[in-house]
Design a protein around this ligand. Structure first.
Ligand code: GDP
Ligand code: MG
Length: 244
């Protein structure tokens, strides 16, 4: 399978080089796409240097910080336009372990959508109390308000077959930030039931800083309300059963 591994970056200069090395070690000869939003710490300059000796590495640059959601959408479009069979998206800060890339690739042979899951047996989340509560509330909302039949609806360690991406109504997705993760799932679960969760241990980042803030959390609450309304008004509001 021809796969692209997509990594959105904003100020990941301390992580990006080791991440690219470890992606190649774990899933050799596949393309890596970095989408950088003009990180002030020079993340893109590091990628440029690595690109001169790495034929599998590419970068897309945007002029400023336009959000993780729109970055993810742009990478998905890249996978479709460049005829990849699938895209795997992961964070740049080692919260998502590159050792799991081959597991996702294998699961994508039989599934349209694969996600790392902190909330099924064997999964774990090493957040502190505050972020654990936020994450649990967000996942509760995603299941019960947006009607997404998964235990994990918010982590970004995900694989998508491009066949599925081609069918999604991308133009309807309005979240540009973190709540994109839930909004895209709203459409995915209405398109396919070949969904698979596999357990991951989510490690909080060691280097660099988190970009999540109160505004992103507010936007997530608004997105959940919007999806609830959409679900109530639509015919396909029955999806509530958890798929194992
Ligand atoms: N290109 C781009 N990447 C972003 C943006 N916001 C976050 N990221 C990246 O998205 C990933 C997850 O962000 P992070 O700050 O670790 O969020 P957290 O894990 O929820 O605390 C990291 O690779 C970030 O560099 C953004 O606005 N643009
Ligand atoms: Mg992180």
């Amino acid at each position: 399978m021809k796969i692209v591994i997509g990594v959105a970056t904003y100020n990941e200069a301390l992580n990006i080089e080791r991440l690219i090395t470890e992606i190649h070690q774990n899933i050799p000869n596949q393309r890596i796409l970095v989408l950088d939003d003009n990180s002030p710490d020079g993340t893109a300059t590091i990628v440029d240097r690595l690109m001169s000796s790495d034929p599998h590495l590419r970068i897309l640059r945007r002029p400023g910080k336009l959000g993780l959601g729109s970055a993810t959408l742009t990478m998905m479009k890249y996978a479709v336009e460049n005829n990849f069979d699938a895209i795997i998206i992961m964070d740049a800060d080692f919260s998502h372990d590159p050792k799991e890339l081959p597991i996702i690739a294998k699961l994508l042979e039989e599934n349209d959508f694969v996600t790392g899951s902190r909330y099924i047996e064997g999964g774990k989340c090493q957040y502190g109390l505050y972020r654990t509560i936020i994450s649990k509330v967000a996942n509760w909302g995603a299941r019960n308000m947006a009607g997404i039949p998964l235990y994990e609806c918010t982590t970004a360690y995900r694989g998508f077959r491009t066949e599925l991406l081609r069918k999604l109504p991308m133009e309807k997705i309005r979240s540009s930030g973190y709540s994109f993760q839930v909004e895209v799932l709203y459409y995915i679960v209405r398109q396919t039931n070949k969904l698979k969760e596999f357990p991951i241990v989510f490690a909080d980042r060691i280097l660099g800083q988190s970009k999540i803030n109160k505004k992103e959390m507010m936007m997530s609450a608004i997105t959940l309300l919007r999806l609830l309304k959409k679900r109530i008004l639509s015919e396909d509001n029955k999806i509530t059963k958890i798929i194992k």
